[in-house]
Design a protein around this ligand. Structure first.
Ligand code: ADP
Ligand code: ZN
Length: 716
């Protein structure tokens, strides 16, 4: 049976054309195409896609295909300018309406709307809900409504916005205009809330997993020198790249930022205690300049849409996996490799546990917070794939270990800690369940200091019973016992530990305990890649040159560098080395408008680099020829210069071609052999391709010899 030919849908053809010509992308990502179709066809959609998944195109393209303007509701006023700038870079007609505009500017946008001059309009929810705005919308053709950050309707979430709840009015007033709600953070309950509150019962749901495969999760125990570890990490793996470092306190933020700056890292502090204008300037520099590292409390980040954040480092433990996932999620939105790197230690665990214990939140909230912290600690102490655990927590499934987290890359060593744990717990018991870790470890190690003697703890049975572990290993063990809930931290704030119900079976020896071993290595294994992925390939210069041209173009317009081209696009330029505008247009992320605006500028850099390469190539050739003239033969030159013999022959053939080296000095051939080769070359297109010549001569002569003879013929 012959399958009926499906006739291509004219709508989807134009969506594809826009994808390619305007945005410069080859193909839709999974789901994007279907979502776009759904909206173009007039249906509603609920989209759950991870950060960096490509949500924006899902409403941008239908807004351009359908008649009228696409109205995008977003709570992130600070981002609108950037979103609109980025669209205009691609030649899309976009504008925004929010409280930062002057009255004149508002009027201008309104008249653009009336003239039908806009494809996309970004608007804050409170603005949209004004009668004036709703009336305006009623008077013009509207392509669709996109409700971004849709989880803001959820009263239980941390981003709740009361105005979001009123957005159901859109459905009542404009029942025939398609709506799309988008979020990256909804669990099942929030998703149901979105549907109900926004009246999206008939929306088709597009649920992608939560996974961020390009982020590498790494968590290690701190050895008290977190700052040094951080610096090493930045220098070894992210030199000159943008990143965020999260610290718990403002004081630590200031300290770390200052210290990094003295070490040559372009680091800036950010927390709520910094003057508003300085804070804004630091954020602006982070967005606009390349390679700025922001050191921040968690106050920083909401609405940071910078796609090329290459790492997020935590110097303190977040309070929950939700927070951890959201904060680390700010890395690598562009899909390029990025690191989520965290150091944590005993003190973190104790501080957070204490903060919880002493908070005066209602009991129910405290219980929830307690569970969340335990889940976070569980992730830290894990000996299996971190990504699988993370995703499982968010009800997502990853069938196989990911291969891109530290436990996958370097499986941690575990040990039977049953006996040591019994000693540690028993020491807590013997000393009266009120001392902190430092004291307990001293007792285990039998240090007879005055304090211990004063309390008579040099007489208890656990005094000096722990020589098999050193101090940091005991501390590590205590941390894990707290993390696993076998010990609890007291409320008075002195860090005293007491036993929990869960510790009894371990103490009685009824329950074996296997724990992560403290790795003795100095630091976490670094990525194989060096400062950036092109350094290894000897293409760092080109990469840097392209980046600096990008920065220059961005500075001229006062926009962030990534708006010119993303890292991924520059990366493809390094790999594919386009030489013409046509070739450049094939690179992902180069649409028609950008090709026109920036194509020549980037081709210049590429060409310049090619010439440089040619120059260094000819320097290298010259050196070979000199050695040859000094009487060295090919193997000797190759050995001395550390080159392959083929390369040396290549250099010599160039010399032959220019008549600087006689052929017969390079290759020893009889007259009839030379004749045979010349004949074969002549009959095979002058030897443009050597393979047919090689084969015609039945492999009697090597490619090197053939190349030299060809050079002689060409050189005449
Ligand atoms: P989200 O809003 O889901 O976090 P974005 O819409 O900002 O994600 O897209 C993330 C990145 O992926 C952007 O750099 C975007 O240009 C890029 N992108 C989106 N769709 C495609 C596609 N089909 N092909 C290539 N890159 C894409
Ligand atoms: Zn893994």
């Amino acid at each position: 049976m012959i399958a009926p030919m499906s006739s291509p849908n004219p709508l989807s053809i134009s969506a594809h054309q826009i994808l390619q010509q305007t945005f410069g992308y080859d193909a839709f990502r999974p789901q994007q195409g279907e979502i776009v179709e759904q909206l173009i066809g007039g249906g509603d959609a609920l989209v759950l896609m991870p950060t960096g998944g490509g949500k924006s195109l899902c409403y941008q393209i239908p807004s351009m295909v359908r008649r009228g303007v696409g109205i995008v509701v977003s709570p992130l006023i600070a981002l609108m300018q950037d979103q609109v700038d980025a669209l205009r870079q691609n030649g899309v007609r976009a504008a925004f309406l929010n409280s930062t505009l002057s009255l004149d500017e508002v009027r201008e946008v309104e008249s653009q709307l009336h003239r039908g001059d806009l494809d996309l309009l970004y608007v804050a929810p409170e603005r949209l809900l004004l009668p004036r705005t709703l009336d305006l919308i009623e008077s013009i053709p509207v392509a669709l409504f996109a409700i971004d950050e849709a989880h803001c309707v959820s009263q239980w979430g941390h981003d709740f916005r009361p105005e979001y709840v009123q957005l159901s009015i859109l459905h009542q007033r404009f029942p025939h205009i398609p709506r799309i709600a988008l979020t990256a953070t909804a669990d099942g309950a929030t998703r149901r809330e979105i549907i109900e509150r926004l009246a999206l019962e008939n929306a088709r749901q597009f649920i992608s997993g939560f996974d961020r495969p390009n982020i590498r999760y790494r968590i290690a125990e701190s050895r008290g020198n977190a700052r040094d570890e951080l610096l090493r990490f930045i220098r070894n793996e992210h030199q000159g790249e943008a990143g965020i470092v999260y610290c718990l306190s403002r004081k630590k933020v200031e300290e770390v930022a200052k210290w990094l700056a003295t070490k040559g890292v372009n680091a800036l502090p950010y927390h709520a205690g910094i003057r508003a204008d300085v804070r804004a300037r630091n954020q602006q520099r982070f967005l606009r300049e390349e390679g700025v590292v922001i050191v921040a409390t968690i106050a920083f980040g909401m609405g940071i849409d910078k796609p090329d954040v290459r790492f997020v480092a935590h110097l303190n433990l977040p309070k929950s996996l939700e927070a951890y996932y959201q904060e680390t999620g700010r890395a690598g939105r562009d899909g390029q490799p990025a690191d989520a790197w965290m150091l944590y230690g005993l003190q973190d665990v104790i501080t957070l546990k204490q903060m919880q214990a002493s908070s005066d939140a209602p009991e129910q909230i405290k219980r929830i917070e307690h569970h969340k912290l335990d889940a976070m600690l569980g992730l830290c102490e894990l000996t299996s794939c971190r990504r699988q655990a993370l995703l499982r927590y968010f009800d997502d499934e990853l069938a196989e270990p990911c291969g891109n987290c530290d436990t996958c890359l370097e499986p941690p060593v575990t040990w039977d800690a049953t006996i040591a744990a019994r000693k540690a717990l028993s020491c807590v018991h013997r000393t009266g369940q009120r001392f902190g870790v430092t004291y307990l470890v001293d007792v285990l190690l039998g240090k007879g200091n005055t304090r211990i003697r004063h309390f008579g703890h040099d007489k208890v049975s656990t005094f000096g019973i722990g020589p098999e572990l050193n101090q940091s290993e005991w501390r590590n063990l205590y941390r894990q016992l707290i993390a696993h809930g076998l010990l609890a931290v007291d409320m008075e704030g002195h860090g005293g530990l007491h036993l929990t119900e869960a510790s009894r079976p371990v103490l009685r020896g009824e329950q074996p305990l296997h724990l992560r071993k403290l790795s003795r290595k100095k630091s976490m294994k670094s990525r194989e890649r060096k400062a950036n992925r092109f350094a290894d390939q000897g293409q760092d210069k080109l990469w840097q040159a392209l980046r600096s041209r990008r920065q220059q173009l961005a500075d001229e317009q006062g926009i962030p560098a990534y708006m010119i081209f993303h890292d991924a696009t520059l990366g493809e330029m390094v790999e594919n080395r386009p030489e013409t505008l046509v070739q450049l247009a094939k690179i992902s992320g180069v649409g028609a408008k950008k090709l026109d605006a920036y194509g020549e500028a980037f081709l210049d850099v590429l060409n310049e680099y090619r010439n440089l390469e040619d120059d260094s190539q000819s320097d290298s050739e010259e050196e070979t020829l000199q050695l040859f003239r000094l009487g060295m033969d090919v193997p000797a030159i190759a050995a001395q210069r550390g080159l392959k013999e083929t390369t040396v022959y290549n250099h010599l053939s160039k010399g032959i071609e220019r008549g600087e080296v006689p052929l017969r000095e390079v290759v020893k051939l009889e007259d009839h052999q030379l004749e045979a080769i010349r004949f074969a070359l002549e009959h095979h297109d002058g030897g443009k391709r050597l393979k047919p010549v090689f084969e015609a001569l039945e492999g009697e002569f090597s490619y090197e010899v053939l190349r030299c003879v060809r050079a002689d013929v060409v050189g005449g």
